[in-house]
Design a binder for this molecule. Structure first.
Ligand SMILES: [Zn+2]
Ligand SMILES: [Zn+2]
Length: 186
């Protein structure tokens, strides 16, 4: 134990980051999951485990989940709650503490051999449920960059995160610098 207090449980934070990243694959920069290989990469980057079919049908199911998850970032609490409850209900979520791959005990609410899109949906719903219960929905935000509609999860202590992970922080710094220079010249 490091003594560092997490805002949410570790599995919740991982799920929130993965859910935001999944939403952003359907962002303003075009299709981020164009083929099965892209989904394979996403699966690896976000340390998923369990069933993974590498099929077009699986890819379609994962893509189809995105608009519903994106809605969570834009909706008010009552709508968020109804999305979360509907996802948990539809997939017959039944939370169980389990351990696998040398990970500490954490919650899975559907079996590991459930379809990938189902597990993604339920993981996201369970994580968002924690955010709602913690009164921390303000941490689900959209990127401050005017040309970007990516979503983000602000897990910083002082709720200071403004930009998504697609480099918008740097882009904003560069435009601010150029604006200052232009102002200095005129
Ligand atoms: Zn697990
Ligand atoms: Zn951005």
């Amino acid at each position: 134990m490091t003594g560092v207090k997490l805002l949410f449980a570790h599995d919740t934070e991982c799920s929130l980051i993965a859910a935001a990243a999944l939403v952003n694959t359907a962002g303003s920069d075009g299709e981020g999951l164009p083929d099965v290989a892209a989904l394979d990469a996403f699966y690896t980057v976000h340390s998923y485990s369990g069933r993974h079919e590498h099929t077009e049908a699986e890819l379609r199911a994962v893509r189809a989940l995105r608009p519903r998850l994106r809605r969570i970032w834009h909706a008010e609490v009552d709508e968020i709650v109804s999305i979360v409850n509907a996802l948990l209900r539809e997939h017959r979520a039944l939370p169980q503490l389990i351990t696998h791959d040398a990970e500490p005990y954490h919650l899975h609410a559907v079996p590991r051999d459930a379809p990938l899109a189902t597990r993604m949906a339920v993981e996201a719903a369970m994580a968002i449920a924690d955010v709602v219960r913690g009164g921390e929905l303000r941490r689900l935000r959209t990127c401050d960059h005017p040309d970007c509609d990516n979503v983000l999860v602000d897990l910083s202590k002082n709720r200071s995160r403004r930009f998504c992970e697609a480099g918008c922080g740097n882009r904003a710094a560069v435009s601010a610098y150029r604006a200052r220079k232009a102002a200095a010249r005129s």
